[in-house]
Design a protein around this ligand. Structure first.
Ligand code: PAF
Length: 282
């Protein structure tokens, strides 16, 4: 694997790639774990030349402390990517992605911007779109790989790809969440949890699973929601932003059992660290 830091170098390398091969892009903010590696693995299995970016994007952090403390393990990340056959790593500095003449577009994300993550992290999705749009314009991939742990982010990017004109049509490939044996969804932010916190954090997935069973059995959502919010807080989590059930097709809240596919999504704080997870119900 080769590593480049400038757009010029990156373009040079991409120009030399066999144009018959599909070009896959895996955007990341680093502190890579098996969830990211699964994205690389799937892209490689699809036969694509695979570019991974590591860029801790300042415009998507609504909390400056979260940005400052976001884990950065560039050397380890490079080794992990090399060992997993990634073809090219792009690690730009901020001025490469956002030069002084950069004029951030505004994205029409509809109600996605006001629900759940949009509501609790104002401006976050605009920042995500800015960076992904910019990286896509630079790399011009055929496929973009994202993990379903950030489910709403997948929907936001899907909308951005539909609305924004890129040179090539980009296919979004959504990959299932990778979990520890105890159910905890892998996340770079888990690195900031203490050993005790790590043990507690798996209770989140347990609550999603139990809520899914109750919902399938016909309990109304408001009862399930208040029961699990209390249960999660009783385990010692600091705070809950949301524990909600949404329709997969329209991403609107669902309150009663339905035959349409839905998803339970949650965001909580543990040891001051924000964790999100979700569980799809079919
Ligand atoms: O999911 C992430 O890690 C980030 O939001 C992304 C897609 C790499 C954009 O910075």
């Amino acid at each position: 694997m080769e590593t480049v830091t400038s757009i010029n170098e990156l373009k040079e390398k991409l120009n030399a790639v066999n144009s018959i091969k599909k070009l896959a892009f895996v955007p990341t903010m680093g502190a890579l774990h098996a969830g990211h590696i699964e994205l690389i693995r799937k892209a490689k299995l699809n036969g694509a030349y695979t570019v991974c970016s590591i860029f801790v994007n300042p415009t998507q952090f609504n909390d400056p402390n979260d940005y400052r403390l976001y884990p950065r393990n560039f050397i380890q990340d490079e080794v992990l990517l090399t060992n997993n056959f990634c073809d090219l790593l792009f690690i730009p500095v901020v001025s490469e992605i956002y030069p002084t003449n950069f004029n951030p577009p505004s994205y029409n994300l509809g109600s996605l911007e006001y629900h759940l993550e949009g509501q609790y992290r104002p401006g976050h999705f605009q920042g995500v779109c800015q960076v992904v749009d910019r990286l896509i314009s630079i790399i011009e991939p055929d496929e973009l790989y994202l993990g379903k742990k950030d489910y709403q982010q997948c929907l936001v990017i899907e909308k951005m790809l539909k609305d924004q004109l890129h040179k090539k049509q980009v296919e979004l490939v959504k990959i299932n969440t990778v979990r520890q044996n105890d159910g905890l969804a892998l996340s770079s932010r888990n690195l900031r949890l203490s050993n005790n916190g790590l043990i507690m954090a798996n209770k989140l997935f347990e609550n999603l699973q139990l809520a899914a069973i109750s919902f399938k059995e016909g309990s109304p959502w408001h009862e399930i929601e208040s029961f699990h919010k209390k249960r999660i807080l009783n385990f010692g989590f600091d705070k809950i932003d949301y524990f909600a059930c949404y329709g997969i097709d329209n991403f609107e809240p669902i309150f009663e059992k339905t035959s349409t596919p839905c998803i339970i999504l949650t965001a909580v704080y543990l040891e001051g660290i924000r964790l999100i997870d979700n569980l799809e119900l079919f």
